[in-house]
Design a protein. Structure first.
Length: 357
């Protein structure tokens, strides 16, 4: 299988190959300094079929017609892809399906949700082989109308109710981490109580913590420094809260009017924080960086590992979608498509995930 290598690795390997012409044994300390190779996974669709690519080699997902992939996670050689019936690559869309190693599951059936009533599952993660979902579900048989909507998370298919209200909540992110008492589950959400008081914050297991006067709350990102949650306050200011240390870091101002699209990424190797939204720029910690290596106008997704930046960018022009994957600003993969009769683009890149070998 072909692997994508960093430019430094190519250079290092050339030096190594030259040296080994005169030496039959490689020094162990030299071996430790070589940059490793990576498997790059990209989730998207082509010819209107949900797919993923591993180092540009495509795998079509079973029964993936007319489904848009949302996220891809790879753990212990298991490949997880979520999918939606939504129409655009940038919308905040509910999760209708997920695949594990190519086997498709319908989320409503997997989570034992009632056939009638509303539901909206919008957050997903994988931790130590368990899958986690979060969202809300309507209880069509609620005895008390004040408990009509249940904000929940599921570990595999086991349901945990976080809040009940007559008003619909919004879930943005979920994370699971080990603790001294087991596995703690965190869910970021906007909630409204039965007195119509709206708040934004996060649940740790069943306990809610408010973020005060925040305008939006987003996803979690983990690194060696802690568990971080992105949020927006004062209408324009991005902050990251380290849940473990209860400290807040100002990142920078919101640079796109669609504030709901903020996203936080971290690099475990450096503990740097990256924040992006719909547009051409992103923040590294609190420094604004322009992706002027590409003429494509929008950042779709990012993944950072060992200071290497993997990015999907796209543009739409005259009904044609163009998406590209970049590794440290160098184009590695491209796709183009047009709209079909339902006004969906038939080919898109949506999410990237990288595994070190």
């Amino acid at each position: 299988m072909k692997k994508l290598l960093s430019p430094f690795l190519v250079f290092a390997l050339c030096i190594f190959n030259s040296c080994t012409n005169n030496a039959s044994i490689m020094n162990d300390e030299v071996a430790k300094t070589l940059t490793p190779s990576y498997d790059v996974y990209v989730a998207g669709k082509e010819n209107n079929k949900a797919s993923y690519w591993k180092n540009t080699l495509k795998t079509e997902l079973t029964n993936g017609e007319d489904i848009t992939p949302l996220e891809i996670i790879v753990q212990n050689s298991n490949v997880y892809v979520t999918g939606s019936k939504g129409s655009t690559p940038t919308a905040i869309m509910p999760i209708h399906f997920f695949w594990k190693n190519g086997t498709r599951y319908e989320v409503k059936q997997y989570l034992h949700l009632p056939a009638s009533g509303l539901s909206d599952i919008t957050a997903f993660t994988v931790y130590e082989g368990d899958v986690y979902f979060a969202g809300y579900v309507e209880n069509p048989n609620a005895v008390n109308p004040l408990e009509k909507y249940e904000l929940c998370y599921w570990k595999n298919d086991a349901k945990n109710i976080l809040q009940k209200s007559q008003y619909i909540p919004t879930v943005k992110g979920i994370a699971a981490v080990n603790s001294t008492t087991g596995t703690d589950v965190y869910v970021s959400a906007r909630i409204t109580d039965n007195n119509q008081n709206t708040d934004r914050g996060y649940f740790k297991n069943l306990t809610f913590s408010s973020l005060g006067q925040s305008n939006e709350v987003y996803n979690f990102a983990k690194n060696n420094n802690g568990l971080h949650l992105l949020y927006l306050k004062n209408g324009v200011q991005y902050y990251s809260k380290n849940i473990f240390t209860n400290s807040d870091i100002y990142i920078g101002n919101n640079i796109n009017p669609v504030g709901a699209l903020g996203h936080l990424v971290t690099d475990k190797a450096s503990n740097d924080l990256y924040t992006y939204e719909l547009g051409n720029n992103y923040y590294k910690n609190n420094t604004l960086i322009s992706t002027n290596f590409s003429s494509l106008t929008n950042i779709q997704n990012m993944f950072v590992l060992n200071n290497n930046i993997y990015m999907i960018k796209y543009s739409v022009s005259n009904g044609t979608y163009t998406g590209k994957v970049y590794v440290n600003g160098v184009e590695a993969q491209t796709i183009t498509s047009t709209q079909n009769s339902s006004q969906n683009f038939t080919g898109t890149f949506n999410a990237v995930y990288v595994v070190e070998n």
